[in-house]
Ligand binder design. Structure first.
Ligand code: N01
Length: 534
């Protein structure tokens, strides 16, 4: 171990994605002695790792960007409505350079442990390289979808061809020319990468365990007029987003699905379908809570799938039957369903013929053997809790987070974990995060946490820890809100259902970003009554 010499830092922030970078910027601006630690070799977080071809955000670029600096948002030009990964990564690098943030970071430093010293009220953060860093406060901005899962399939290690993970895509890119490629996984990542592979590869086999709904991304360049209009009204656009349900200026219609005449209903759905991104998930205010309303939306989407796929037997396999539409994140694609009309693409429905094994040369299912040169895993993440729980975290009295959360995660407003003083998790379980525009969400999170840090420093408070009863109450509240929706009916990663042995509980706060933000404002404005300050 090589402990960092000298005084402890005021704050260590882990992660150099949208959240961590913003936190480092604001902490440094406030005069705090801040250190950033990042596992990757550079900034970007999600957008650093997920470089697979086709990776594109499903929130409009002008919303999925920082709002904290008017000059930044006025000077940056997004070329497309829905930005692709390279442009988002360029933007993050631009922000890091513009505010000189990289100098605060140690890159290639994956945090593997952190423990709190009760007597000194100091955290020690350990990295894989064996370095240790001490700090009064520690902020985990480690991402919600950043702990990739490699599936547990017999023979998986024996594959002799090229093995790729969408979540750890090689920076230099990959050629599929003349290759027989298999893609395992049909979530957002698999659905985005497959059509691109299909265009290049000799043959593509998509291995689908669960079908998903996907809406085409109506991407196009912004016109100059649109760019000028957005610049002129950016402030108002942000004001509209700050307390909105998903931290974007868009809301669902006010009229319930069945209160509209059939033609109006169809027109509303057509409009949202063409609007793209995640908008289709909020056409009607009741589509995620009333199964009849949900069926209306579902039937519309099913008809769209059927119209795109020539072979209706294949369409049957591509239509999800196991969850109400929207209760698993709706995917966004560019030609996913149409891709199955190509002669070089086939779909293997693993519900009918499960994978029996991976061999050195391909995949054997219950019914056939498929020879492969390249195998792409788009198999998802241990979402929301994975990144934190993969770190050996010990709070006050040496309590281990893994033990405390054995029966499911408990947080107060996501930030605070009882028994873990001066430690904050960002965009965590108990926040709207994955249900909202992550960039504005991150700004809100870091502003809130750094205000509490400042409060402690101003008042000479050594430690701040969420109260147990407040965390239990908040967690009960978030589950109660979720129970009132259809979301709990899906085996989704929101529920932890994609990870073997993970406790099944709904993890995000689904009551809307605006409502959540009001709770946070109230806590701050009242002087943090649900935190033990000592
Ligand atoms: O991961 P996923 P993802 N054998 O968990 C399958 C965000 N995101 O990376 O559903 C066979 O959705 C698994 O099958 P099943 C977005 O929030 C956004 O695609 O468990 N298959 C599933 O099909 C998204 O929701 C964007 O039955 C196996 C797939 O792998 C989230 O990230 C783009 C398997 C995993 O899908 C996660 O998306 C990308 C096995 N053993 C990601 N194990 C955009 O902004 C797993 N699967 C557009």
């Amino acid at each position: 171990m090589h402990p960092e010499q000298g005084s402890p830092f005021d704050v260590v922030i882990i992660g150099a994605g949208f959240a961590g970078l913003y936190g480092v910027h604001q902490a440094a601006k406030a005069g705090l002695n801040v250190l950033g630690l990042e596992a990757g070799e550079d900034v970007g977080g999600t957008w650093f790792w997920n470089r697979y071809p086709g990776a594109r955000c499903d929130v409009e670029s002008v919303d999925y960007s920082y709002s904290f600096d008017e000059e930044l948002q006025q000077s940056w030009t997004w070329t497309e409505r829905f930005a692709a990964q390279p442009e988002i990564l360029d933007y993050i690098n631009h922000v890091a350079d513009r505010f000189d943030l990289k100098r605060h970071y140690r890159f290639g430093q994956r945090v593997v442990g952190a423990s709190f010293d009760d007597a000194a009220a100091i955290w020690t953060v350990r990295t894989e390289r064996g370095d240790e860093f001490r700090s009064q406060f520690v902020i985990f901005a480690t991402g919600c979808l950043s702990a990739p899962i490699k599936p547990n399939i017999p023979g998986i290690e024996s594959f002799a061809g090229e093995e790729l993970f969408t979540a750890q895509w090689p920076e230099q890119g990959v050629s599929f020319e003349g290759k027989r490629v298999g893609v395992i996984g049909t979530g957002s990542s698999g659905i985005q990468v497959s059509p691109i592979i299909a265009r290049e590869a000799e043959a593509l086999t998509v291995f689908q365990r669960s079908a998903n709904f996907s809406v085409p991304v109506p991407n196009r360049p912004w016109t100059e007029q649109e760019q000028a209009d957005i610049r002129a009204t950016y402030r108002q656009r942000r004001e509209k987003s700050y307390y909105a349900g998903a931290a974007t200026p868009h809301a669902s219609l006010e009229t319930k699905a069945l209160d509209l005449a059939p033609a109006e209903r169809e027109a509303a759905m057509e409009d949202r379908w063409n609007g793209g991104g995640v908008l289709f998930n909020k056409v009607f205010p009741d589509q995620n809570s009333d199964i009849t309303a949900n069926q209306v939306v579902r039937e519309f989407a099913v008809a769209k799938i059927r119209a795109k796929v020539d072979d209706q037997a294949v369409a049957d396999d591509l239509i999800p039957y196991d969850h109400p539409i929207g209760t698993k994140r709706i995917c966004t694609d560019s030609g996913y369903y149409e891709m199955f009309n190509r002669p070089n693409v086939s779909l293997v429905n693993l519900r009918r013929e499960a994978i029996e094994e991976v061999t050195p040369t391909g995949i054997r299912t219950a019914e056939q053997f498929i020879e492969l040169d390249t195998l792409v895993y788009a198999t998802g993440f241990d979402a929301m809790t994975g990144a934190l729980l993969r770190i050996d975290l010990h709070g006050a009295d040496d309590a281990r987070l893994g033990d405390l959360w054995a029966d499911g995660p408990v947080t107060y407003l996501g930030f605070g974990i009882p028994g873990f003083p001066n430690m904050f998790s960002i965009n965590s379980v108990g926040t709207p995060s994955v249900m909202a525009n992550m960039v504005l969400h991150s700004e809100q999170q870091l502003d809130w946490v750094l205000a509490l840090v400042q409060h402690c420093r101003d008042k000479g408070i050594r430690t701040a820890a969420a109260r147990e009863e407040a965390a239990v109450k908040w967690t009960d509240h978030l589950l109660e809100v979720a129970e009132g929706t259809l979301f709990v009916k899906a085996n989704s990663w929101y529920m932890g259902a994609n990870v073997e042995g993970k406790k099944r509980v709904f993890m995000p706060y689904i009551g809307g970003f605006g409502n959540y933000r009001r709770y946070c404002d109230e806590e701050r404005d009242n002087g943090y009554p649900n935190f033990e300050l000592s």
